[in-house]
Design a protein around this ligand. Structure first.
Ligand code: SF4
Ligand code: FES
Length: 255
């Protein structure tokens, strides 16, 4: 396969950026998108040019490090797929593609296709944990967890923190990410003692980090590689409102 790539090149944070055109020839259709970029980077290196910087780690769709826009779509055209798991056979031979970093105020560009997603870490730090007593490990079956709740919590826990939801949202909102991180704890018995405080603290941290407000475009759900449902946003909003209410009445656990 032969491709033409238009790639965002930016030397560093605050530096002016521009689109650069590259021709990539002889691409194996079974290679992943990142492997195709590896080949291009090797050719750039051989010509004495700067390689294109992009984030990656596991290349198995589980770590959340990779991600950039391909023709305006976060992680590219294949639903439920990270860019590291996207293979070149899904593109036409001779295609022209535009690669850009996540575009969001809360994710400043570090270099080329890499952005700083540490704002997500600060949202997690605000409440993405449970408090437990130290000492020896408790007996594994001491707290029974109903299967439907465990399954629902697992649906939320699948979020890999890639940031595609923020990048695709016209508002640069992080509600899908934050609601997944709130819900995977708030759905479980172990998450109950801090349930409402957690929702309050993480939503407030999200706003403080410069993410936008959700206005129900649902673009986040459409591009999420883990197909996290926007139902979790409604669940988080309910817990947030409860957290705002003094003398809160506890809500029974349900999916
Ligand atoms: S909700 Fe989906 S798109 Fe957003 S960070 Fe988590 S895995 Fe990525
Ligand atoms: S490199 Fe880990 S999810 Fe893509």
């Amino acid at each position: 396969m032969n491709l033409t790539l238009h790639v965002w090149r930016q030397a560093g944070p605050g530096a002016p950026g521009r689109m650069e055109r590259y021709r990539v020839e002889g691409v194996n259709e079974h290679s992943s998108f990142l492997e195709m970029l590896d080949v291009l980077n090797q050719q750039l290196g051989e010509r004495g040019e700067e390689p294109i910087a992009f984030d990656h780690d596991c290349r198995e769709g589980i770590c959340g490090m990779c991600g950039f826009m391909i023709d305006g779509v976060a992680h590219g055209p294949l639903p439920g797929t990270t860019v590291c798991q996207l293979h070149m056979r899904h593109f036409q031979d001779g295609a022209t593609l535009r690669l850009e970093p996540w575009r969001a105020k809360a994710f400043p560009v570090v270099r080329d296709l890499m952005v700083d997603r540490s704002a997500f870490d600060r949202v997690i730090q605000a409440g993405g944990f449970i408090s437990v007593a130290t000492g020896s490990a408790p007996e594994a079956n001491l707290i029974p967890v109903p299967k439907p709740l465990a399954d629902r919590a697992f649906d939320a826990a699948e979020c890999i923190g890639c940031g595609a939801c923020v990048a695709q949202c016209p508002n640069g909102a992080a509600q899908l990410f934050t609601s997944a991180k709130v819900s995977h704890l708030n759905l479980l018995p172990q998450g109950q003692p801090e349930r409402y405080d957690r929702a309050l603290a993480m939503v407030e941290a999200m706003e403080k980090q410069g993410f936008g407000a959700c206005s129900n475009f649902a673009e986040c759900e459409a591009v999420c590689p883990k197909e996290i449902s926007i139902d979790f946003i409604a669940r988080m909003n309910r817990d947030f409102l409860k957290g705002k209410t003094k003398g809160v009445t506890k809500t029974p656990l349900s999916t």
